[in-house]
Design a protein around this ligand. Structure first.
Ligand code: NZQ
Ligand code: ZN
Length: 390
């Protein structure tokens, strides 16, 4: 096994009624004045926002609201949040929502604690020296941002989507009540399931050796998501299934199946340009691109694809190459059964040749990087994968 660091300092409070502990947790982590940050209104509609704010009032904690975070959160909202926090002397950001709200909160937290421009962090021009405190009340099982060290922001000037990860990018606490996900539209539930599977797959396709334990956890995690997603198709308010999937979202992205970005993150990098340019839901973008990526790289690691298919789908084929192709089809069938797209056309976008060039240019950072691990992909490969996904 190779050397590694494992650092997941988030306190998780999981289960029914967990949100009632919000004021206690903010105080535990030193919050005196809170920014309550949220999205487009689902938390107001469900009554969660009022419940959280009532708890803060009862706990004697002063707060200011900032809503309006959109899926694939925007830099302009982050800047608005930084100005508001400075003006109001806010020292704690409470994200009430999903990955977009949590990521926007993390970016505001960076902006409060660093001298450099916040976007420069996301462009790799400077490194964070700290961050204000962030806590999360999670409402969707998907991105795993509640315990990950990452934040992904889209710059509205040019629609560039970029991620930033650091030890300061962890939430202090994550409140995770599976009941809060009952109000999710079906599309968001299954888009989230794709993202959970993909965080696990991206780490699975690592070039590391001696990964028996983490590969076995990964396979069990994917089997768990598939089994419980099937239940949710018929019973969206099945607590046990929502709980399994919510916990899977955290474990898929907190490093237990492969720490940090050791793995092959090509599908995520391909997807980030799709959601940056076309505003599609992250999980749906992943399911639309994954099959094209997998078929493009499968010859570089047929044995790994084959093992995955045997242990997740019970594929009974001793030939690695054909078992590998069956694995890819099996994942596409699962995504289709969740009504998730398996091509860009099904995702509702039809990029022109010029747009394919632009996607490849952005994804390769103007032809200055390769992506992927099991097979390194340059700008030409990237363009071919986008084209194959059409
Ligand atoms: O905005 P509201 O009205 O709240 O509606 C949201 C949004 O439209 C809705 N929603 C969330 N919880 C709900 C609900 N609707 C009804 N009931 C509820 N309980 O769902 C929609 C999607 O929300 P969003 O926060 O965008 O979803 P998700 O958690 O999938 O986050 C996606 C973002 O996370 C990034 C993605 O790139 C994307 O920008 N990622 C962040 C990562 C990280 N920080 O570690 C890793 C991921 O790979 C990913 O890249
Ligand atoms: Zn993801």
């Amino acid at each position: 096994m190779e050397n590694f660091e494992f650092y997941v300092p988030t306190k998780v409070v999981f289960g029914k009624g967990a949100q009632s502990r919000v004021a206690e947790l903010v105080k535990e982590f030193g919050g005196k004045k809170v920014l309550v940050h949220f999205g487009g209104g689902s938390v107001r509609k469900s009554g969660l926002l009022k419940e959280i704010e009532d708890s803060l009032v009862n706990g004697g904690i002063d707060f200011v609201e900032l809503g309006g975070v959109v899926p694939n959160p925007l830099l302009s909202k982050v800047r608005e949040g930084i100005s508001l926090c400075k003006k109001e002397n806010i020292d704690f950001i409470l994200a009430v929502g999903g990955g977009s709200v949590i990521d926007s909160s993390k970016a505001i937290a960076y902006g409060l604690a660093n001298d450099c421009d916040v976007w420069d962090l996301y462009c790799g021009k400077c490194a964070a020296r700290g961050a204000a405190s962030v806590g999360a009340v999670l409402t969707i099982a998907a991105a795993g941002s509640e315990t990950s060290e990452s934040s992904v922001i889209t710059n509205d000037d040019g629609m560039l989507k970029r991620g930033y990860s650091s030890d300061f990018g962890h939430c202090k606490f994550a409140i995770m009540n599976p009941e809060l996900t009952y109000t999710l539209p079906k599309f968001q539930t299954f888009s989230g399931c794709v993202d959970i599977v993909m965080h696990t797959l991206e780490r699975y396709f690592s070039k590391q050796k001696d990964t028996m334990l983490q590969d076995s956890i990964a396979e069990a995690l994917i089997r768990t998501v598939i089994a419980n997603a099937k239940i949710l198709q018929l019973e969206p308010e099945n607590y046990a299934a929502r709980a399994e999937i919510m916990w899977a979202s955290t474990l898929s992205h907190n490093g237990v199946t492969g720490y940090r970005f050791i793995g092959d993150w090509a599908s995520h990098q391909l997807e980030h340009e799709l959601s940056g340019m076309f505003g599609v839901a992250h999980g749906a973008g992943l399911s639309a691109i994954w099959g094209a990526w997998a078929r493009y790289v499968v010859d570089a690691a047929p044995e790994k694809f084959a093992r995955l298919g045997r242990n997740v789908f019970g594929i009974d084929d001793s030939d690695d190459s054909s078992a590998a192709l069956k694995t890819i089809s099996s994942f596409e069938n699962i995504f289709s059964s969740w009504d998730m797209p398996t091509s860009l056309g099904e995702l509702g976008i039809k990029p022109t040749d010029e747009q394919l060039d632009e996607l490849a240019r952005k994804c390769s950072f103007d032809n200055s990087r390769t992506i992927g691990a099991i097979k390194k992909l340059g700008i030409e490969d990237i363009r071919k994968i986008y084209a194959a996904a059409r």
